[in-house]
Design a protein around this ligand. Structure first.
Ligand code: A2P
Length: 270
C-alpha cells in the first residue's frame, strides 16, 4: 500500500503575500482526528519534498484543506505557492499531533491559542461537533501581526454560525477573539499579555483561567509556545500528552518543524 495518497488540488486562496490556503480531493480511506497534522508535498525529481501541515478541514468534509506560510526560498513552499487547481499533491496517509481533545481532561471552557498559521489545527477542532459536546465554551484566540493576516475570520463569523450541522453550537458556544499587534484594530496585543493582564477574560466575560475548569491548546511559533506554556504553568496548569490527558497541550512537533525546511524522503510504494 502507498504511504501517500495522490490528491488533486481543487482551489487555492492567497490571503496575503505570505499566507495561502488550498483544498484537495480526499481519499475515502483517509482518516484523522480533529487537531492533527500530516505531511504534504510534491514529487520533485521523482522524490517527495515534504513538510508538516495541519488539517484545517472538518473530519467529515469530503475535501482536505491546508493553511500554510510561504517560507522565502523554501524548496517546497516556493513551489507550493504556485499550486493551481488540477495539480497533484502528495498527502501522507499517516496523521499525528497532540492537539486533540482526548489529550485533555474534562473541563468547562476550551481555549484555543493560535498565532499565524497556528490557527490551522483549530479550524478542524471548531468544526467538530464533539468539541462542543465536551466543553461549554470554546474560545478561539487568533493572534496576528496585521489585520490582513486574519485568514478565515469571515468563515468563522459569517459562515459557521449558519452551518446546518454546526450553526447552533457555534452561535451559542464559540467565542472568536482575533487580536493584532502591529495594526490598529479593536482587539490589540499579544494573546499571552491579554491573558496575563486579565483583559481577555474581562472582555469575553469568563472567569480568569483556572486549571480546575479550563483546558488549553497552543499552536504557533516556538516563542509563542514557550511563553504561553510558562504562563499556564505559573497558573498551575499541567501539560498533557498522548495517552496522558491533563489541562493543556502544545503542538511540539508542528511548532518545531513548521518553520524549518522540509525533508527529502523516498516515496515508499508497494
Ligand atoms: P508581535 O507582533 O508582538 O511579535 P509571528 O508572525 O511572528 O509568528 O507572530 C504572530 C503573532 O504572534 C504576532 O501578533 C506576534 O506579536 C505574536 N507573538 C510572537 N511571539 C509571541 C510570544 N512569544 N508570545 C505571544 N505572542 C507572540
Amino acid at each position: 500500500m502507498s504511504t501517500f495518497n495522490r490528491e488533486s488540488v481543487l482551489s487555492v486562496h492567497h490571503w496575503t503575500d505570505n499566507l495561502f490556503s488550498f483544498t484537495t480531493t480526499r481519499d475515502p480511506s483517509f482518516r484523522f482526528r480533529s487537531g492533527e497534522f500530516t505531511e504534504i508535498g510534491l514529487k520533485v525529481d521523482e522524490k517527495p519534498l515534504l513538510r508538516a501541515c495541519s488539517l484545517a478541514s472538518g473530519q467529515y468534509e469530503d475535501r482536505l484543506e491546508f493553511f500554510a506560510v510561504k517560507v522565502p526560498d523554501g524548496p517546497l513552499t516556493s513551489r507550493l505557492q504556485h499550486l493551481k487547481a488540477g495539480d497533484e499533491i502528495l498527502v501522507s496517509c499517516e496523521t499525528t499531533g497532540t492537539l486533540v481533545i482526548d489529550n485533555l481532561e474534562h473541563g468547562r471552557n476550551l481555549y484555543l491559542i493560535g498565532t499565524g498559521t497556528g490557527l490551522a489545527p483549530f479550524l478542524s477542532v471548531i468544526k467538530d461537533p464533539e468539541t462542543y459536546l465536551r466543553f461549554e465554551n470554546v474560545v478561539l484566540l487568533h493572534g496576528c501581526r496585521c489585520v490582513a493576516e486574519f485568514a478565515y475570520g469571515e468563515m468563522i463569523t459569517d459562515k459557521l454560525p449558519s452551518d446546518e450541522l454546526l450553526g447552533d453550537f457555534v452561535r451559542y458556544q464559540l467565542i472568536y477573539y482575533p487580536t493584532v499587534t502591529r495594526d490598529p484594530f479593536h482587539n490589540r496585543g499579544r494573546i499571552t499579555d491579554l491573558i496575563a493582564s486579565g483583559k481577555l477574560c474581562t472582555e469575553i466575560e469568563l472567569p480568569e483561567l483556572d486549571p480546575q475548569h479550563d483546558r488549553v491548546m497552543i499552536c504557533g511559533s516556538p516563542a509563542l509556545v514557550r511563553d504561553a506554556r510558562e504562563l499556564l504553568i505559573a497558573k498551575g496548569f499541567v501539560e498533557g500528552n498522548d495517552g496522558e490527558p491533563a489541562q493543556f497541550v502544545v503542538e511540539k512537533a508542528f511548532a518545531e518543524r513548521k518553520w524549518s525546511e522540509p525533508r527529502r524522503r523516498v516515496l515508499h510504494e508497494s
